[in-house]
Design a protein around this ligand. Structure first.
Ligand code: ADP
Ligand code: MG
Length: 234
């Protein structure tokens, strides 16, 4: 049964002091799927990505990659198994060139395919340019490129379009949809632009106050009154 599930969290909890940021979340992303992870600020989206990627530990809770329990593995070990992530804030070094940063990211993996990743994300012409000198939109594509080095099988993306114009967000969304199709990458996408989520996701999980509020296809979630209410904060 778990064969078609690429990444799964089971009963994931996370406390910060006495505060329960995640209260037993179950999530399963099928192979090849783009699943949107949405919810109001503070819902626990980034914390869930942190637990799945290994940046923080679930307390308790399990993380399975292709059905294998990886809960005890460090982020770099998960990365080597094909589980990559990006961060909500850009994670790049301003002084290094686009290509230098991709080379650093490739230390964690074999067969990095850096040229290919740059080509996919329209970064080839900027390979030798320091990150500080490229536009913010290009920097966000570099963030995505860093996660794609080594062609991971699963991508956890935390607001990759944050700070982009509407047009740039939609451009990024198109790239993501295309990558998921052609590279057969499984994607868990945290994104607040609902237009983007509704246009490229196969399924959606809604988090609210550290719990799963709703789960389903795009049409189902759009029509769900609880989701609308959670977003309106009433
Ligand atoms: P989201 O990404 O959905 O906006 P987060 O996962 O960032 O939400 O945060 C969920 C809750 O956990 C928030 O109330 C946040 O303040 C709290 N939180 C997150 N990280 C920490 C931390 N390192 N220390 C204390 N509280 C945290
Ligand atoms: Mg967040």
């Amino acid at each position: 049964m778990s064969a078609s599930i690429a990444i799964q969290g089971l009963g994931v909890e996370r406390r910060y002091g006495g505060f329960r940021a995640l209260k037993g979340v179950d999530i399963a992303v099928k192979r090849g799927e783009i699943r949107g992870l949405i919810g109001p600020n503070g819902a626990g989206k980034s914390t869930l990505i942190d637990v799945l990627s290994g940046r923080v530990r679930g307390q308790p809770g399990k993380v399975l990659l292709d059905g294998k329990d990886i809960s005890a593995l460090k982020p770099q070990e998960r990365r080597r198994l094909g589980l990559a992530r990006s961060f909500q804030r850009t994670n790049i070094f301003p002084a290094l060139s686009v290509e230098q940063q991709l080379r650093i990211a490739s230390w964690a993996v074999t067969d990095a395919g850096i040229e290919e990743v740059m080509a996919e994300l329209n970064l080839t012409a900027l390979a030798r340019t320091p990150a500080a000198e490229i536009s913010y939109g290009d920097q966000r594509r570099l963030d995505l490129a860093l996660a794609l080095v080594g062609r991971p099988s699963v991508l956890l993306l935390d607001e990759p379009a944050a700070g982009l114009t509407v047009e740039e967000s939609h451009g990024l969304a198109t790239i993501l949809r295309d990558l998921a199709n052609r590279w057969n990458v499984t994607v868990l996408l945290v994104e607040h632009d609902m237009q983007v989520v509704f246009s490229i996701c196969d399924g959606i999980t809604v988090l609210h106050l550290g719990q799963t509020l709703a789960e389903g296809g795009v049409a189902e979630i759009r029509a769900d009154k609880r989701v609308v209410t959670a977003y309106l904060g009433t």
